[in-house]
Design a binder for this molecule. Structure first.
Ligand code: DGJ
Length: 745
């Protein structure tokens, strides 16, 4: 039993072997929060954890009682305006202008398993024994609004999820001004705040600062989860590292505007809020209508950041991603974008594909430019019909030729966008998001289709499905190359304009849903100018995403390292591209470009015909290596060992489930002359196994590799020994460790 209810004291205790989450019905009928953290023993009455004491100048609920003040009490669904001055979890705007509500406990039930969230991505279970869900029914009697708060605790994972459904059971309409998915009040603020931020081509860099009094937040109001901030947040104790210490991870299963906030009050309590960004949201609820928030996921660990990340990786890999590709190693692909940009013909593509096939590549992906009048970024978006001037045999013919070369075929789409120079726009100029009478902002010369409207999504679906029905397409890259502006839909009345951002994302999910249902074998890779929509919401539909438009090996170290804090290696699209690199103009060795890309889905983004014979031999070896180890790399246990944010070296590794094989990636940004001897302490090995090192044949026990470390020194010291290739900048190595014998402890 993982959910206990103490009837007398009205205490709820959700727990598994790792974590406890405790709350109770407060004397005012609302839900109070008592504890979240490492599992603790149950007891009948946890009321003392409320920590109420009379404080001068506090706003209090009961006359004559100076101790019960919402200002200080930890709560589950707090509102503003009745004593609590912190940011609230919900705001109900009523016809008389009042924003005050009072959600009181009415009843609850416990379900085995985990209910689906209609129309929204969410984690799931395959067997009802995997989780238990508590549904609290809270009621605001003045408005007649119900709040159903869903808490799911997984039995074998230190994972809790939460979402809320609001139902208008009253007889007057209301507006939800905010509807956060998660509210967690913590009793102290001794945390580091870790966010994953950046910009186009430098996404998800790890940024850490001390949590401090006041409000700190990250979010997006761009319509997508964004390059700038990721819907993932860690609060960790200052001494928590990769291998040890307490951390809380918060992830939001959503791809649109979000807010993640921590507010530290004057008494060092911390309120964490996660949800749809309230500044771009308002939802009108007529009587009998309901609104479901997306899901937030919480992970607690006392075993360090690697453990927290591994928990997210396993959850997202096995219980968020779905379908045919969920558990399958990903095809090694070649994408023509950086090889040709818009300048290609069918023969040119076949020429690239043939060389790739010769090297062992499995999938050819045709990127932007195959449709409509698309010869540059001014035209064609929205016309998902092949341009036969360029591809005379159509997509069907090209896909057929690719299959004949022995390759699978994949295709790029940008379903949500339109150029004004397109047949779609000319027929439906009213189908874009736009404010009547006002100018429209463009991004990359394109405009955003109004995906809040079913007829728009229907039309795009039909165009895409026609191609997928006719041609042998095994993979789709779904791009999204601008943020949303002028988010107004002429199809909705004034009361509903605050809903458009969310309705838009629901339209995106609907299109994904229809396509993945009809074409379950097609592998979807999400993309938004690289990593602008790399979030758990999209992972539900597309098990991998193009992590960044930046394919430079050095930049990718930081991007993939930061991304790995939450997302599994199997989700990170990563390719080897040309030098000088197209984003950084940097030259890195071919082996380093591959050594970084191995820790991802792996592919090439160049014309292999332009490589030397020697390089082609190296590429063949890379592909053979990836085919042998991709299962381990993509689905093994991943450990970060050395951070590129903290020095000149980076290291990470993946370990097989039986711990008999490990692949270690070691990377050094700039060469160091006459350096010290260097070692990297490994993780996750069996201390009693003796491992053979693929680089030098040495045999060392797991305990030594984990406690003393793997020797990564090179002996050049500014000179080149006769028997060694000299190292230079951007050096990297892959070490394969295989267990050869086991001793008893
Ligand atoms: C942005 C993507 O991130 C690139 O990989 C490429 O697909 C271009 N769009 C095509 O326009």
């Amino acid at each position: 039993m993982s959910i206990i209810y103490h009837k007398e004291t009205k205490v709820f205790h959700l727990h598994n072997d790792a974590v406890s989450y405790i709350m109770m019905v407060l004397p005012n009928g609302q839900m109070g929060h008592l504890y979240y953290g490492k599992k603790i023993h149950d007891r009948e009455d946890f009321g003392d954890l409320l920590e109420t004491a009379p404080r001068p100048m506090s706003s209090c609920t009961f006359e004559g009682n100076k101790a019960f003040s919402l200002e200080h009490i930890k709560q589950e669904l707090p509102v503003y305006g009745t004593g609590d001055y912190r940011s609230p979890a919900v705001e109900v705007i009523q016809e008389n202008g009042s924003r005050i509500s009072d959600f009181q406990y009415h009843s609850h039930h416990v379900e085995a398993g985990k209910p689906e969230l209609s129309g929204l991505p969410a984690t799931y279970v395959e067997d009802s024994g995997e989780a238990e869900t508590l549904v609290l029914n809270l009621y605001d009697s003045v408005t007649g609004i119900w709040a159903e708060v869903f808490y799911t605790i997984f039995s074998q994972r230190p994972v809790l999820t939460r979402s809320v459904r609001y139902i208008n059971n009253g007889n007057r309409p209301v507006q939800l001004g905010r509807a956060m998915s998660l509210c967690l009040d913590l009793p102290d603020c001794a945390y580091d705040w870790v966010q994953f931020s950046g910009a186009w081509a430098r996404e998800r860099h790890v940024k850490t600062r001390r949590l401090t009094m006041g409000v700190q937040s990250v979010g997006s109001m761009r319509g997508n989860s964004s390059h700038e901030h990721n819907p993932f947040l860690i609060l960790k104790r200052p001494d928590t590292g990769e291998q040890q210490g307490e951390a809380l991870g918060f992830s939001f299963v959503y791809s649109g505007n979000f807010l993640m906030q921590a507010e530290v009050d004057a008494h060092d309590n911390t309120r964490v809020l996660v949800g749809i960004h309230p500044d771009t949201f308002a939802w009108h609820l007529e009587p009998e209508e309901s609104f479901q928030t997306p899901e937030a996921v919480m992970v607690y660990t006392d075993s360090g950041l690697n453990h927290m990340s591994q928990t997210f990786h396993q959850l997202f890999q096995k219980r968020l991603a779905r379908g045919y590709w969920r558990d399958r190693v990903r095809p090694i692909l070649i994408n023509n974008w950086e090889a040709t940009y818009f300048d290609f013909t069918e023969d040119k593509l076949i020429h690239i594909a043939k060389k790739a096939k010769e090297c062992g590549v499995e999938l050819f992906v045709l990127d932007d430019g195959w449709f409509g009048a698309r010869s540059n970024d001014f035209a064609g978006l929205g016309d998902w019909v092949v341009n036969t001037d360029r591809l005379a045999n159509g997509i069907t013919g090209l896909a057929e030729r690719m299959e004949q070369t022995g390759m699978k075929f994949g295709l790029w789409f940008e379903p949500e966008m339109v150029n004004k120079d397109s047949d779609l726009y000319r027929s439906h100029p009213d189908w874009i998001l736009q404010v009547p009478g006002r100018a429209n902002t463009h991004g990359r010369n394109q405009y955003v289709l109004d995906f809040s409207r079913k007829e728009v999504v229907d039309c795009i679906f039909e165009m895409m499905a026609k191609i997928l029905r006719e041609a042998k397409v095994s993979y789709i890259k779904w791009d999204m190359n601008r943020s949303i502006t002028e988010c107004f839909s002429p199809a909705y009345g004034p009361k509903r304009q605050g809903e458009i951002f969310h309705r838009y994302i629901l339209g995106v999910y609907d299109l994904y849903d229809r396509l993945t249902r009809e074409f379950p074998r097609v592998l979807f890779e999400s993309c938004a100018s690289g990593g602008g929509r790399f979030d758990p919401g999209i992972l539900y539909y597309a098990p991998q995403g193009w992590a960044s438009d930046n394919s430079d090996a050095v930049e990718r170290m930081k991007i993939q390292y930061g991304t790995s804090m939450c997302y599994p290696v199997s989700s990170m699209g990563s390719h080897v591209s040309v030098i000088p690199n197209h984003q950084m103009f940097r030259n890195t060795p071919l082996h380093t470009r591959a050594n970084v890309a191995y820790f991802g889905t792996f592919g090439y983004e160049l014309d292999l015909n332009k490589l030397t014979e020697e390089e082609i031999e190296e590429v063949k070896e890379q592909i053979a290596f990836m085919k042998e180890y991709r299962d381990l790399l993509q689905f093994g246990t991943f450990y970060r060992l050395k951070s590129p944010f903290e020095g000149n070296e980076m290291a990470w590794m993946a370990v097989s489930e039986d711990r008999k094989t490990a692949v270690v990636g070691w990377y050094r940004i700039l060469n160091v002359v006459n350096d010290r001897f260097t070692r990297v302490k490994l993780q996750g090995l069996d201390e009693n196994f003796c491992y053979e090192n693929s680089r030098d044949g040495s045999r060392v026990y797991g305990d030594e590799l984990m406690n003393l470390g793997l020797n990564t020194s090179d002996a050049t010291a500014g000179q080149t020994p006769d028997d060694q290739v000299p190292c230079t900048d951007f050096e990297s190595r892959i070490y394969i460790l295989k267990a050869v014998e086991r001793v008893e402890a």
